[in-house]
Design a protein. Structure first.
Length: 184
């Protein structure tokens, strides 16, 4: 599915924010919405971008086109916080984490500058778990909003989480993760 009008606006806001201190390189998942997001950001920043299959979200195999609720009912073990169970004819969340983290380790870790990776929530959670040496269950409940900014700092063997799910640039249009229902 392509970016919605709201998604397009959110990515424009992210691009405006990034223009203050732009990345030196942009890479993206080759899935449509991530690619469209990268196109918007790249155009705003005057930078090229490259797409990589290694940054794709989980391949859900036979669950493609099935609602989340129905998939959870049919294959409940897939959604266990440990992420080890595979989607039928697809992959597991653990495999996504391994694939994406290995791609980033080989493609960009150790490269000078700031690299913007435009990808998906599950990938961000998986990469965080692998790079920070945490079990997937530790990050399963972490919120990742659309067009949010998560920042890692990598120095040889040390990877640090600097910022998680920053949506300050979205203002009241953020997709979720807000304080709805909390007053005062």
């Amino acid at each position: 599915m392509p970016l919605s009008a709201v998604g397009h606006d959110q990515v424009e806001r992210l691009a405006d924010r990034l223009s203050v201190d732009p990345p030196t390189r942009i890479i993206s998942s080759d899935i449509l919405r991530a690619r469209q997001s990268a196109e918007i950001i790249a155009a705003k920043l005057g930078l090229p971008f490259q797409t990589y299959a290694g940054l794709r979200e989980v391949d859900v195999g036979f669950a493609k086109g099935v609602s989340y609720a129905e998939a959870a009912e049919r294959w409940p073990k897939i959604f266990a916080r440990e992420g080890e169970e595979r989607f039928p004819e697809g992959e597991s969340f653990a495999e996504v984490a391994d694939r994406a983290a290995e791609f980033l380790r080989s493609a960009i870790l150790g490269e000078p500058g700031r690299i913007l990776a435009v990808t998906h929530g599950g990938v961000v959670r998986g990469v965080a778990a692998r790079l920070l040496r945490l079990p997937l269950a530790c990050v399963a409940g972490f919120v990742i909003d659309n067009a949010s900014l998560t920042v890692f700092r990598a120095e040889t063997d040390l990877v640090q989480l600097v910022t998680w799910n920053d949506t300050a640039h979205l203002g009241p249009t953020r997709a979720g993760g807000g304080w709805s229902g909390v007053g005062g």
